[in-house]
Design a protein around this ligand. Structure first.
Ligand SMILES: Nc1ncnc2c1ncn2[C@@H]1O[C@H](COP(=O)(O)OP(=O)(O)OP(=O)(O)O)[C@@H](O)[C@H]1O
Ligand SMILES: [Mg+2]
Length: 392
């Protein structure tokens, strides 16, 4: 039936084999895809699209949301369809105003790497494209596409941090070498001179030279960071954190609360416990200094699976987050805090974070920072490498 269809001519039998050939041709014709897309194809494409797609009506109400959009907004399409977007994204009045402008002017726009504030204090970074269109049912409408770019940006930023750190270390090593050699000579000469001097009042000057030379040598040594190889062994990260908590508790004023939020499922780390204590202590001290008399310091641990650090993928990574609710890091300082000798504090030498980053580098790890007024988090990421357990 399919073979002949309603066009009997070409398939009418003349000889048996000719009929067969024509019949094959007819079958191929019938199987050729129709020009019109099958019903529901557009829906299926949108359902499987990895970017969030939403359609807004002329009142900036949500008329459609695809499954990737549901994931982004953590809301079911059925629940939020028809709601004003201003209610779904209450933290984004400026974005909603930009949507209104686009609807009114008919101009499309794209915003790259926009930080989007989602309900439940969630923040994501998205590339957002907005296209005004005319829909036969909705009238003027807005097609909004959002691609989450956090992961991509994170990997890029981490690679940058690792490279930046390596370049700084190389520079410091070279400079330290150039300073330390003549400094040794200077100090030795001052000592010899001091031994020859009879006049006590002149010894004061040689004393100053020796004292300042020592101060400079100590500074250069601190700049060089950890010079001993890490003494790695299997370490329980929570024991390390408890030690830090104890030390910070002694230093912190009474108005500062230290809160713990540990994930007990973290396996032991192959690390140098003293170096870990030093790194976390440097970060915790900064937080306490920033908090002043009152505030909260939170020590949290989590485990991340299949996580890429720099360009290496690790099966398990331990995440240690140190968060304070202090004033935050000034924006002008933010890009440079891991550089040595960068300080925003009167009397600060600006070495704490640079040393902590070096200590993490010795563990193939990394420190990241995210800060805004009221919430500053330093995150230490350390691969869980258990030399006895290759199955991890
Ligand atoms: N939790 C935080 N809140 C606000 N600012 C911070 C925080 N942590 C670090 N900073 C800023 O980053 C700067 C650099 O910190 P870093 O520990 O490297 O040096 P420092 O504390 O100034 O000196 P040092 O630690 O060598 O005594 C600090 O001076 C401070 O301005
Ligand atoms: Mg410090």
């Amino acid at each position: 039936m399919l073979v002949h269809g309603h066009r009997p001519g070409p398939c009418r039998p003349a000889a048996r084999c000719a009929v067969q050939v024509r019949r094959d041709n007819c079958i191929q014709e019938a199987m050729r895809p129709k020009i019109r897309p099958p019903q529901g194809l557009h829906e299926r494409i949108l359902d499987n699209e990895t970017h969030a797609v939403m359609l807004l009506d002329d009142q900036v109400r949500l008329a459609y949301l695809n499954p990737a959009g549901e994931m982004l907004l953590s809301a079911s399409a059925r629940r939020v369809t028809g709601q004003p977007l201003a209610e779904i994204l209450p933290g984004e009045p400026a974005l909603i105003e930009a949507f209104r402008d686009s609807l009114a002017s008919g101009h499309p726009f794209t915003e790259r790497e926009r930080r989007l504030e989602l309900p439940g204090e969630r923040n994501v970074t998205v590339d957002c494209s907005v296209t005004p269109l005319h829909d036969p049912h909705l009238g003027y409408a807005l097609l909004v596409e959002m691609a989450q770019v956090d992961r991509h940006l994170r990997i890029e930023r981490e690679e940058q941090l690792i490279n930046q750190h390596a370049a700084t270390r190389a520079l410091i090593r070279g400079m330290a070498h150039e300073i330390k050699n003549p400094l040794g000579g200077l100090r030795g000469a001052a000592q010899l001179l001091e031994a020859e001097l009879d006049d006590e009042s002149l010894k004061e000057y040689t004393g100053i030279i020796i004292h300042e030379a020592d101060r400079l040598r100590n500074l250069v040594n601190r700049l060089l960071g950890p010079h001993s190889r890490p003494q790695k062994r299997m370490v329980n990260i929570h024991e390390v954190l408890e030690r830090v908590r104890q030390l910070l508790g002694i230093e912190a004023p009474d108005g500062i609360r230290i809160v713990r939020d540990y994930d007990p499922s973290i396996p032991e780390l192959y690390a140098d416990p003293d170096q870990l204590i030093q790194a976390i202590l440097n970060i915790g001290r900064n937080a306490i200094q920033a908090l002043g008399e009152h505030g909260e310091l939170r020590l949290a641990t989590r485990v991340l699976r299949q996580y890429t650090l720099g360009n290496r993928r690790h099966k398990l990574v331990a995440k240690i987050a140190i968060t304070d609710d202090g004033p935050g890091i000034p924006e002008t300082l933010m890009e440079q805090i891991f550089y040595p000798m960068v300080s925003g504090r009167a009397g600060g030498s600006g070495l704490g974070l640079s040393i902590a980053q070096s200590l993490m580098a010795q563990h193939d790890g990394l420190i990241e920072c995210d800060s805004r007024p009221g919430r500053t988090t330093f995150t230490l990421l350390i691969p869980v490498e258990n030399p006895d357990d290759t199955d991890r």
